[in-house]
Design a protein around this ligand. Structure first.
Ligand SMILES: *Cc1c(COP(=O)(O)O)cnc(C)c1O
Length: 364
């Protein structure tokens, strides 16, 4: 693996978007990181190049058989000017777990982290600093071999693009309405549910559209075999506060192991709040709700951090969670996580990694 990271300067830089109207994933920075894989050279030719279209053969594996993995992480600008990444080693490890499942050659986690830091450092003027804002980092790998036979590609491309983003669900933390999907499934054990790969999303779009047509924001997936047990929401893991305890579905091979999920579990343990990873039946949840024991429901993910759930619809039943506002524990988790991420709160659990200019000095 080549340890050099080349830098190709753009002739002209873009006009930055209005920080008041960033949205999510709409604007991209001036540069991207690119790296290639071939059987002979392994991962090589890491380079930071102007952001722009890429050229691929129409027969490239990714277009036909979906050989692809991706990640999602964020860089934050602290009040004191430091640039911070939240647990990037977790994303790199998960990327390799996804690669292993999709039969994609592993990356050098430390090297790609260093390359991402270099890219973020070059693009530091793009990191917005208002509350809820950050620079979203999207690494992905695609199979690029030009061949229509079904077999793992012999060549790949890794690309990392950056997008300045506002709060995922807009400015106010409005509880979302969730539709429990009982017809379509997202993933089954033994499949690719635990991998962060586009195929899982392709499989989810139909149900997401159906939920939106019915007036809901997101889908809550049930297990693919019995359609009884809760798995996760659209692009988030899910938590329930039931009678003083916090429950989240145990990782079973069909659920994406979220970095935010892991961080919430650790924070709760740190605070002494009882938290259980277990098999959770939707029937039991609705029973608890009827007895007024379902206190809070929230989704977790890098994009939204904590997303409170206000309504749950399953078959012909609709329950309202809490009083339509974010619950106290959800709020405390949101404040703590975003506080640590933006350097406002002490990083007691050692999660933040600073992007420093000295280490990432670039040679032209
Ligand atoms: C990325 C993702 C999550 C959340 O993971 P984080 O690491 O917390 O961002 C949850 N579910 C799915 C399907 C995902 O793709």
């Amino acid at each position: 693996m080549g340890q050099q990271i080349a830098f190709h300067k753009a002739d002209q830089l873009k006009v930055k978007p209005d920080p008041e109207h960033l949205g999510f994933g709409r604007h991209f920075t001036d540069y991207m990181l690119e790296m290639d894989y071939s059987v002979d050279d392994g991962w090589h030719d890491a380079r930071i190049v102007p952001y722009g279209p890429i050229t691929l053969q129409p027969a490239a594996t990714v277009f036909h058989y979906g050989q692809e993995v991706f990640e999602g992480m964020k860089a934050y600008r602290a009040e004191d000017g430091r640039i911070l990444l939240f647990r990037p080693e977790m994303n790199m490890r998960r990327m390799n777990q996804s690669c292993a499942r999709l039969n994609i050659p592993a990356i050098d986690e430390a090297f790609v982290t260093e390359a991402i830091m270099k890219l973020v450092d070059i693009e530091k003027d793009w990191i917005p600093s208002k509350p809820g804002q950050s620079l979203y980092i999207r690494p992905f790998i695609i199979g690029t071999e030009s061949f229509l036979g079904v077999h793992p590609a012999e060549s790949y491309k890794l690309i990392v693009i950056l997008s300045p983003v506002g709060a995922y669900f807009g400015d106010t933390v409005n509880p979302v309405k969730i539709y429990v999907e009982d017809e379509y499934v997202r993933a089954v054990r033994g499949g690719i549910g635990f991998a962060k790969t586009g195929g899982n999303y392709a499989a989810s779009l139909k149900a997401q559209s159906k939920a939106e047509e019915l007036g809901f924001d997101q889908v809550l997936w049930l297990d693919g075999v019995e359609h009884k047990y809760v798995e996760e929401v659209g692009s988030m893991n899910i938590f329930f506060k039931v009678d003083g305890e916090v429950w989240t579905p145990a990782l079973n091979g069909s659920i994406l192991p979220g970095v935010t999920r892991d961080s919430v579990i650790r924070l709760l343990q740190h605070w002494g709040v009882p938290v259980k990873e277990k098999k959770i039946s939707v029937k039991k949840l609705f029973k608890k709700a009827e007895k007024q024991k379902l206190e809070e429901v929230f989704g977790t993910g890098t994009a939204a951090v904590i997303s409170p759930v206000g309504f749950l619809k399953w078959e012909d039943r609709l329950i309202r969670v809490g009083n339509g506002e974010i619950g106290p524990l959800s709020k405390k988790l949101y404040e703590t996580l975003t506080g640590i991420q933006t350097g406002r709160l002490e990083d007691e659990l050692g999660w933040m990694q600073e992007v420093s200019s000295e280490e990432t000095a670039v040679a032209d």
